[in-house]
Design a protein around this ligand. Structure first.
Ligand code: PEP
Ligand code: MG
Length: 894
């Protein structure tokens, strides 16, 4: 059986639509008609060119099975006498499917032809019929149009298994269902298939090539989803798609602001966007809500910070006058932390007006494509220069600009006579309404992206600059009703000092981007902020959730002074970051960094890290189709070892499973993956992967720079099993050096029997993120419980104390590499409990070292002992603040 593929990009319709009786009544044969976009006609199959019309507007091809196919560009185009056409082949030529046959000038055709509709039909209908026709859909060059079936006895074959609809059903395991990223992955897969795939759920159907339509199905975790397709390779494609969906890994979901890789970057640095960053930042974001993180992710080096929360800041919104001065003060909700002093730059965005009626289908189609090209090109340029959260937003926009259904819907409207602008706005708003109606906050974020993209295309259609943002003066604080992500990423970040929005939400993309850029931002300030005059001085203190408008000289000077002090403090911390760290009474505390890549190792060394206390190797295993080879792993580990310049490198073996599944390693379905095959359990379940990893580690030179750390240990037997393999591999490779082996204490079980575990290893490293999750029985990514998942809970602290005591008995070192080590409020308590090595977020090394230098072990011990007896985490935090603030002489919120 022969399958014909689209010779054009455009809208495929039934021949009935052709404004010519000869075609509409199929007098020449059966087929379809395509409303073209673009300027080239391609071969729909392999075959031989039988004839080319003298006026070049039509080409006939004989396929290898004898089917004769006519391609007729436009209706009544013969009258053009060849003007606007250029043949690229000659009669008698052998052509391959997809080969260019003919070029045409769409403008000439649009001006001179009755219609651009291009019929493609089988002219020897006595021998062949057509089946599985694709009509009423947008097509690209190469998409399947229909099957050509020989009528002499082969009709049965047309209805055989390959052309029957194939269907697969399964339960969606993804924690957040089919949200934007899985939808994009499915759409990309579907676009590469020759069979059209339909996804169905909740009685609704979506073309799998459209991410927007897939999201609009509202598929949630545990929902039934059915995928179906026709065509020769349908079943194989469906099977692959099913595996793709089942294998999609979700980023560890965390507090909204930091849940996105790279969303919140310590010290305002633009982060590479790794999931590792998301993990550490998730922990810090939870701290931020407890009031211990400032400056868009920079930890305050002090205990004087009061436990303000976003809720405190955003709970009220009031306009008031400060006593004694004519100062307006507005309150908003924190979107990105920090302090900014600058001048207001107001941004007023007006709704773009569109006219409904188009100026001809050809004109509007061409305009639509031009505008999308303009926006796509600009987005691609932006994507090249952005990273982290900004890149994510741009990637979402790039996905939507070519979304199958959005584009098809707009094209349909254009073919009904609407203007391109009207058609695009209608298509976007219909999709946005559908997504909004799902009531899912993740989808609402996508609505923002869609509306953003709507205006980008409308502006491109109107010929205006894509983003109507004023040029920023130095120290600009942007004041607006709302801000679109695309507008924010186009701003000059070196000039932007702060953002104040009347509307918006703390978890919006703009909030995530602002945090990633290190720009303090308040949202939901209310309409009063819009009356701020351009150029007015503003003090934006997001820690206090407050915007002060036109402060008097004294208030302005005070804010400037605070800013200067903070900068000076950061500078002096950086200057001292390379000096060994000791407490005020001389106890050596090593400050290492948690890493996931070579780039992070370089950052860590620049910030004074004394080594790597946790290399999360699993991030080398994600975002790929197959496990990294031994060579690839060796290259990464060697690169990191070199970047660390002989400092110790603690390499954690693969910690996948649970919240970090990988596509090519389908784990058995688990009711509760956090309690399933995770950490070292996965490695022992797939020893082949572990062996390759151990070989790569043992090939790093100098090998003694490396230590091996085993995640999620629950008993000594697991350690012995890995040690056996390590010995075997060592012998295989002829490595005499014995590597240090450590166990992560991340489960209450391992803390309770820490003594028995310590006997088996050279060191222990406490993973407080998981230890807190498992001790408190609270999912570490649970947004509702985020403010309660606190590693300073006395239960967790008591387990840490037990671990350190047990390790001491066996003279083994205990490090902490979980997020608690990066929290200033926790550091004195950890030191007081006996921890002597911390592994932290790389950019926080300077602040934490400077904090440690102010502490005495004695005071820390006293504090820790009292903390162990507290009832709640809040009580421990209050204790830490009370005990340490006066000693350090710090001002609150300094
Ligand atoms: C931890 O659990 O504290 C830890 C460091 O491991 P991860 O965050 O990678 O699970
Ligand atoms: Mg862990």
């Amino acid at each position: 059986m022969l399958t014909l593929h689209s010779p054009l990009r455009g809208w495929c319709s039934s021949l009935d639509e052709t404004p010519d009786e000869v075609f509409a009544q199929r007098l020449l044969g059966d087929g379809v008609a395509i409303d073209p976009i673009g300027d080239t006609l391609h071969a729909p199959c392999d075959g031989e060119v039988v004839s080319i019309a003298s006026s070049k507007h039509a080409v006939a091809i004989r396929a290898d099975n004898g089917a004769e196919i006519l391609l007729h560009v436009g209706i009544d185009t013969v009258a053009l006498g060849g003007v606007g056409f250029e043949s690229l082949v000659q009669a008698g030529d052998r052509v391959r499917r997809g080969q260019a046959l003919l070029k045409f000038d769409l403008d000439v055709l649009a001006g001179g032809a009755k219609s651009l509709l291009t019929p493609l039909l089988i002219t020897n209908g006595e021998r062949f019929s057509i089946a599985n026709v694709c009509a009423g859909a947008s097509v690209d060059v190469g998409d399947v149009l229909f099957d050509v079936v020989a009528v002499d006895g082969e009709i049965a074959a047309a209805i055989d298994g390959s052309s029957q609809e194939q269907t697969l059903g399964f339960v969606v395991p993804l924690e957040h269902g089919i949200h934007a990223r899985p939808a994009a992955l499915i759409a990309n897969f579907a676009k590469a298939q020759s069979s059209e795939i339909t996804v169905s759920a909740h009685g609704r159907h979506a073309n799998a090539r459209s991410a927007v339509s897939l999201m609009a199905l509202g598929v949630k975790h545990g929902d039934e989803m059915t995928i179906s397709a026709r065509g020769p390779s349908a079943l194989a494609a469906l099977e692959q798609l099913k595996q793709l969906v089942l294998g999609i890994r979700e980023a560890p979901h965390a507090a909204p602001i930091s849940a996105k890789p790279g969303a919140l970057s310590p010290g305002g640095a633009r982060d590479g966007g790794s999931l590792r960053a998301a993990q550490d930042m998730a922990q810090l974001a939870a701290s931020a809500r407890r009031g211990v993180v400032g400056d868009a992710g920079t930890v305050h080096a002090g205990f004087g910070v009061s436990g303000r929360s976003e809720g405190d800041a955003g709970g009220e919104r009031a306009v008031g006058m400060l006593p004694g001065a004519a100062i307006n003060r507005l309150r908003g909700v924190i979107a990105s932390r920090g302090l900014a002093v600058g001048r207001a730059v107001t941004l007023k965005v007006e709704e773009i007006a569109v006219v409904e009626a188009g100026r001809g289908i050809g004109h509007e189609s061409a305009e639509f494509e031009r505008a999308r090209d303009v926006v796509r090109t600009r987005l691609n340029q932006l994507a090249e220069h952005s990273q982290g959260a900004a890149k994510e937003v741009i990637t979402a926009h790039l996905e939507f600009i070519d979304d199958w259904e959005l584009v098809a819907s707009a094209r349909r409207a254009i073919s009904r006579g609407k203007s391109a602008a009207f058609a695009w706005r209608r298509a976007v708003r219909d999709s946005a309404d559908t997504l909004r109606a799902l009531g899912d906050p993740r989808m609402s974020e996508r609505v923002d992206d869609l509306i953003d993209l709507e205006s980008q295309v409308l502006l491109a259609l109107s010929g205006e600059a894509p983003v109507s943002i004023p040029m920023l003066p130095d120290r600009a604080i942007l004041v607006a009703e709302d801000l679109k992500p695309s507008q924010l990423v186009s701003l000059d970040a070196t000039k932007l000092t702060g953002i104040c929005l009347a509307g918006g939400g703390p978890t919006s993309h703009v909030a995530i981007l602002a945090a990633a850029m290190g720009v303090p931002a308040l949202v939901a300030l209310g309409p009063a902020v819009l009356s701020v005059e351009d150029g007015a001085w503003l003090v934006l203190d997001t820690e206090q959730g407050a915007l002060t408008i036109s402060p008097d000289q004294t208030a302005l000077a005070a804010a400037e002074q605070t800013l200067t002090q903070r900068r000076q403090r950061q500078q002096s911390e950086r200057a001292a970051a390379h000096i060994d760290c000791r407490t005020a009474d001389g106890e050596r505390i090593e400050v290492f960094a948690n890493l996931g890549s070579v780039a992070e190792a370089q950052v860590a060394v620049a910030h004074g890290a004394e080594g790597c206390g946790l290399l999360r190797t699993e991030f080398l295993f994600l975002d790929r189709d197959s496990p990294p080879s031994e060579e690839e792993q060796l290259q990464q580990y060697q690169g990191i070892a070199q970047a660390l310049e002989h400092r110790p490198l603690v390499i954690r073996t693969l910690d996948i499973g649970g919240d970090k599944p990988i596509p090519y390693l389908p784990l058995p379905a688990e009711e509760n993956p956090a309690l399933g095959l995770r950490g070292v359990r996965t490695s022992l379940w797939r020893p082949d992967l572990l062996r390759v990893q151990l070989r790569a580690i043992l090939r790093v030179r100098p090998v003694e720079q490396c230590r091996v750390l085993l995640p999620m240990i629950t008993d000594p037997a697991e350690i012995r099993a890995v040690r056996r393999m390590l010995d075997e591999v060592r012998k295989e490779l002829g490595v005499a050096q014995l590597l240090q082996v450590g166990a992560m204490i991340e489960t209450p079980a391992s803390a309770v029997i820490a003594g028995r575990i310590a006997r088996e290893v050279d060191f222990l490293s406490i993973g407080t993120n998981d230890l807190t999750q498992y001790t408190l029985a609270m999912d570490r990514g649970h947004a509702e419980l985020a403010h309660r998942i606190d590693g300073l809970h006395p239960a967790v602290l008591n387990l840490i104390a037990m671990t350190v005591d047990a390790a001491d008995e066996h003279h083994k070192l205990v490090a902490v590499c979980g997020g608690l080590a990066s929290e200033p409020a926790a550091v004195p308590i950890l030191i007081g409990l006996g921890v002597r090595e911390l592994s932290v977020v790389p950019t926080l090394v300077p602040q934490l070292k400077s904090l440690i230098r102010t502490l005495t072990v004695e005071a820390c011990r006293e504090l820790a002992q009292r903390a162990l007896t507290m009832d709640t985490a809040e009580a421990v935090r209050a204790l830490a603040n009370d005990a340490m603030a006066p000693a350090r002489g710090l001002q609150p919120a300094d």
